[in-house]
Ligand binder design. Structure first.
Ligand code: 4AD
Length: 478
């Protein structure tokens, strides 16, 4: 598949054979006896070292070989004299594909802040940190497809443009072709969406779940993996306006089966990264350790690989929302009034509460179930008590909610009742409601925020740094 990449060449045994390497210059170093060029093509975290003799190339050519420039180097693959690598390239020829003026190329070989790199998202994949993140992101996406394919799930492509609010939370981006300067009006003066492209109001999807359920009612086990959009004005390190969500949906699964699947699934994809992304994870682990050096001992995080192995090797704690509230009510921060938000049955847990449960109380991932129906979506199956629903949230250390899911309400009358109760027009969901009329069945599913998973696995602290081109309030650059 194309010419050898640096990843492959670094694994090749050196026999003075001729090789061609293409990539971007990370550093150039000149000593009395040699000129060293470190080249990287993004196929691995490791650079290949290319070595020339002083005087072998003109000063004019060498002056264009600067950090960020792109080169084609031909030469011989030899055993490296240095200690950092097994092989290196003894240069015969250099072709400069593209220069990068050191005066204006922003990525110089020094430490740049993540905030600065966010401003140059078009170039940041060329840094070690971001290339490592992007390779891990790829591996996790691949592992997701592999996991579901092996498990007999079908990949269902749900629409990006929808006319329904799957979560009923009203956080949608509108899709329209109407002229905003000259909106068509009805006789009553409202905007006339009949004249819009779809002849009705349309939005970008917040979740593929509702269509996913239609798929599960035919194929038994499906999953979606696509972009979802939320117009919530959340300026946090955990929220994006555009994020990728993985949503399996399974006929004949009850809440317990759903929890078992969710736990097995995250453990398996993390294991995949542990096996296939060793070099990148090691790099990120060292990077974090370096950052931690400046922190007091008690604020330092556990090493990344240890953290990931711990999650894979230990069962998640499972308890009900009601039990969690009892723990919080008995907790020290509650008694000492240290929580910012009040605790009591019926509250929507805030991130400080979730973090207390996961990081302080259980010290491991937690699955909370059976939440009050008032704080959850309309489609969740009502428990016998009529107060709680068969919801499940998986909470992760340092992340908070990584998965949200539930058993679905399969009873037509109960579901219709909930739809009306939360103020959704049943007309808009006629097709969804019909699944409960024709061959309804118990079924369940969940949604994993892909970026929250990547955040956890890479140990990064801001979700804007684990997606190539983040979308958040007041930012749609690139
Ligand atoms: O809990 P949520 O809103 O659940 C759903 O959308 C359901 N339809 C899922 C289902 O049952 N099929 O979102 C699911 C997950 C969250 O746990 C979180 O990981 C992620 O999606 N998420 C976000 N990630 C990044 N930015 C945001 N703004 C997110 N909102 C939710």
């Amino acid at each position: 598949m194309g010419p050898l990449q640096i990843k492959d060449i670094l694994q090749t045994s050196p026999e003075n054979q001729s090789v061609t390497v293409k990539g971007w210059v990370r550093t150039k170093r000149e000593s009395k006896n040699a000129i060293f060029i470190a080249l990287n093509d993004g196929s691995t975290i490791h650079n290949i070292q290319a070595v020339a003799e002083p005087g072998q190339f003109s000063a004019e050519l060498l002056s264009t070989v600067t950090t960020g420039s792109c080169l084609k180097i031909t030469g011989q693959l030899v055993e490296s004299q240095g200690s950092g690598q097994a092989v290196e390239v003894k240069i015969d020829d250099i072709l400069v594909y593209g220069t990068a003026d050191p005066e204006s190329f922003p990525l110089q070989p020094k430490k740049h802040s993540l905030e600065f790199l966010r401003e140059i998202a078009h170039l940041r994949p060329r840094t070690n940190t971001f290339s490592a993140i992007l390779r891990i992101r790829h591996a996790l996406a691949f592992a997701v497809h592999q996991y579901f394919n092996d498990g007999g799930f079908f990949y269902l492509h749900t629409p990006v443009i929808t006319a329904s609010d799957a979560e009923g939370a009203g956080e949608m981006f509108r899709v329209t072709t109407l002229n905003l300067n000259k909106l068509p009006r009805t006789e009553e003066g409202a905007i006339n969406f009949k004249e819009d492209f779809f002849g009705r109001e349309a939005n970008l999807t917040v979740s593929g779940q509702l269509e996913g359920e239609l798929g599960a009612m035919a194929l038994s086990k499906i999953y979606t993996f696509g972009p979802t959009f939320r117009a919530e004005n959340s300026n946090t390190t955990r929220h994006l306006a555009e994020f990728w969500m993985i949503e399996p949906e399974m006929a004949f699964f009850e809440l317990e089966d759903n929890m078992n699947l969710a736990e097995d699934f995250v453990k398996k994809v993390i294991t995949y990264a542990l096996i296939h992304c060793k070099d990148d994870l090691n790099f990120l682990q060292n990077r974090l350790a370096e950052e931690d050096k400046n922190k007091p001992q008690n604020e330092r995080s556990i090493p990344l690989l240890e953290k990931l192995s711990f999650v894979v090797d230990n069962p998640f704690e499972r308890l009900t929302y009601t039990e969690a509230i009892e723990i919080l009510l008995k907790s020290k921060p509650h008694k000492e009034k240290k929580f910012q938000y009040p605790v009591g049955w019926g509250i929507d847990l805030s991130s400080e509460h979730e973090r207390y449960l996961v990081e302080k109380h259980f010290k491991k991932p937690v699955i909370l179930t059976n939440y009050p129906k008032e704080i959850k979506s309309f489609y969740m199956k009502l428990d016998e008590d009529g107060k709680t629903v068969r919801a499940m949230d998986v909470l992760f250390p340092g992340i908070g909610e990584i998965i949200g899911g539930s058993q679905r309400e399969e009873d037509y009358d109960k579901l219709l009742g909930r739809v009306k109760e939360v103020g959704i027009d049943p007309e808009n969901l006629w097709w969804y409601l019909e699944t409960r009329k024709f061959g309804t069945a118990p079924h369940s599913g969940f949604g994993l925020g892909f970026e929250r998973l990547v955040l956890f696995v890479t140990g990064m602290s801001n979700i804007r740094d684990v997606i190539p081109f983040p979308r958040y309030p007041k930012s749609a650059e690139f």
